[in-house]
Design a binder for this molecule. Structure first.
Ligand SMILES: [Zn+2]
Length: 166
């Protein structure tokens, strides 16, 4: 587990009592407010207060898939917790990339944080013990339960060394 994922694991252990994670409640605990904004050219942004203790997570209102919106918000929470010096951060569409195929360490860390927050290793491990394996249907069921896309769940399971059908 990377340091970013470890930190997310701590946050998840502290705040996640049941899946799926209540992102609004978590943001409230952390001093963050979520604002849906009409925006072009970016998916999400983090605006931190001057003192650094509070912030606003802006997410593009027109994102249709609830799962993508959740991942975007979780990604911005990652920036808030991991990158303290960052006063304003804007994530253009291409940055939030589940594959981590990109960009720079901060984005990779924020994605790892988001994945761990939304799909905590402990929870996934427990579920996998119950289900035994992952067929296509189980994968989709897991994705629904954690309110992430099937693709995000597939990548997550692969990264955790678990077999997926695709
Ligand atoms: Zn980012």
């Amino acid at each position: 587990m990377t340091p970013a994922a470890q930190l997310a694991n701590c946050v998840a252990a502290k705040f996640v009592k049941a899946d799926p994670l209540d992102l609004v409640a978590l943001c409230h605990e952390l001093g963050l407010r979520i604002r849906e904004v009409s925006a072009k050219g970016f998916d999400g942004a983090l605006i931190r207060s001057k003192a650094g203790q509070k912030g606003i997570v802006a997410v593009k209102a027109s994102i249709r898939e609830a799962s993508r919106k959740r991942f975007t918000i979780a990604h911005e929470i990652g920036h808030f917790i991991l990158h303290k010096g960052m006063s304003l951060h804007v994530d253009q569409d291409f940055r939030i990339n589940l594959r981590d195929g990109s960009t720079n360490d901060e984005e990779i860390d924020a994605n790892a944080f988001a994945a761990e927050l939304l799909m905590p290793t402990d929870f996934i491990g427990r579920d996998m013990q119950k289900t035994g394996g992952v067929g296509q249907q189980a994968l989709e069921r897991l994705a629904r339960r954690y309110q992430v896309s099937a693709r995000a769940m597939e990548i997550r399971l692969t990264n955790l060394g678990l077999k997926t059908p695709l």
